[in-house]
Design a protein. Structure first.
Length: 385
């Protein structure tokens, strides 16, 4: 009696079962998959965050499909601070980037249409596509002294049912930013085939490189949907604030915005207290990002120091984000390596196949774990090889 789109395999995998068993024993766990900034020891200005939620304007109901103008203007101001020009009228507020993806999929795709996604990449896309009756087709990121788009594979994956190409800028977990020449080539491909770019920029502010990276938000060369939110930018995933910026040639952009506005007006999912608090939340990002970038760089430096003392393991180059990809001996499957680390060393890592790495020999570790815990976890990981 249930929809076929929900016929997922809901049985837990071996690693999830092992993690549940470990936690049930009460034994210490070093979690090198940490992705929740509110649980990683960062300091927040509690008074300002909580007082922002007590704005008297929240008592008035103003159902604006795109979101309250003051909130959208503060998001436009965020982009202006990065030297990216975005009009507040091109911004649509959502409760999450998942919701932003669903809006973009709905405005672009009929059931069975195709979206191209990068691989390796975050596994959330599969569920989002299933729920929206969209088919995912993968294109490769290849590694050669750094990550890059395999345009041969991408072009081979294009069909008459392709409606958009997703780029994650920077990618999770590889840390790959879309380079200017890649952006130019993507724009050429998309314009020629009348398809869109969907740019996920939740990690945009967390560049390991010296120079900040440009956003896709001001892209005018083709229809572009750019998304981000406070979950990563401000370390506030519990506040459920994200947005979708529509860009591109004016006529196409206007048509897309008209359709998106109807979709958003149907749900009106953003609450008034949260929208009224967005300007203050965005102000809080500076101190949070300072702490987080310091943590990431410190843990990355410690990781490199520990790796330099041995030869079995190495890390792949990264340009941004919160994660590092480790290359380890492929004597076992990645899942078996992760299980051994959990059961014998009390260290939890993600195996590469969670992110669709094409072969064994890859582990993913978070760079936002508390410093001492991170260093101890990496020591134990390395010692197993």
């Amino acid at each position: 009696m249930f929809a076929g789109r929900t016929n997922w395999n809901l049985a837990p995998n071996r690693l999830s079962e092992a993690l549940a068993r470990h936690r049930s024993t009460g034994e210490p766990l070093i979690d090198l998959t940490a992705s929740n900034p509110t649980a990683c020891g960062f300091i927040y200005d509690r008074e300002k965050i909580l007082s922002a939620l007590a704005n008297p304007l929240s008592l008035s109901y103003e159902p604006q499909s795109k979101g309250l103008l003051a909130a959208r203007e503060s998001v436009a101001g965020y982009y202006a601070s990065r030297d990216d020009r975005v009009n507040a009228n091109d911004i649509l507020l959502t409760t999450s980037t998942s919701e932003a993806y669903s809006f973009a999929f709905r405005v672009l795709c009929n059931p069975g249409d195709e979206i191209l996604i990068p691989t390796p990449s975050y596994p959330l896309f599969d569920l989002l596509a299933d729920i929206q009756d969209v088919r995912l087709v993968r294109y490769s990121l290849i590694y050669d002294h750094g990550w890059q788009i395999d345009f041969h594979a991408l072009e081979a994956a294009l069909t008459t049912r392709t409606r958009a190409i997703i780029v994650v800028h920077p990618n999770n977990p590889t840390g790959h930013f879309t380079k200017p020449e890649e952006r130019w080539r993507l724009n050429q491909l998309c314009a020629a085939r009348q398809i869109a770019v969907i740019a996920d920029e939740v990690f945009l502010d967390f560049s390991i490189c010296a120079n900040p990276q440009n956003s896709w938000s001001a892209n005018s060369d083709g229809l572009t949907f750019t998304m981000s939110g406070l979950s990563k930018i401000c370390g506030l995933p519990q506040m459920k604030v994200a947005w979708l910026v529509t860009g591109g040639p004016e006529e196409l952009k206007a048509q897309a915005l008209d359709r998106l506005e109807v979709i958003a007006d149907t749900y009106l999912s953003m609450s008034a207290p949260i929208q009224c608090a967005i300007p203050e939340f965005l102000e809080q990002r500076h101190e949070f990002q300072r702490q987080l970038v310091s943590r990431v760089r410190g843990n990355l430096s410690e990781l490199d120091r520990l790796l330099s003392a041995q030869k079995a393991c190495s890390r792949l180059a990264l340009e941004g984000g919160w994660y590092a990809v480790l290359r380890v001996p492929a004597t076992l499957t990645d899942e078996e390596v992760a299980l051994d680390l959990l059961e014998k060393e009390g260290v939890y890592v993600h195996p590469g196949h969670f992110y669709d790495f094409p072969s064994d020999g890859y582990l993913i570790v978070s760079l936002i774990a508390p410093e001492r815990e991170f260093a101890e976890g990496v020591k134990r990981l390395i010692s197993t090889f």
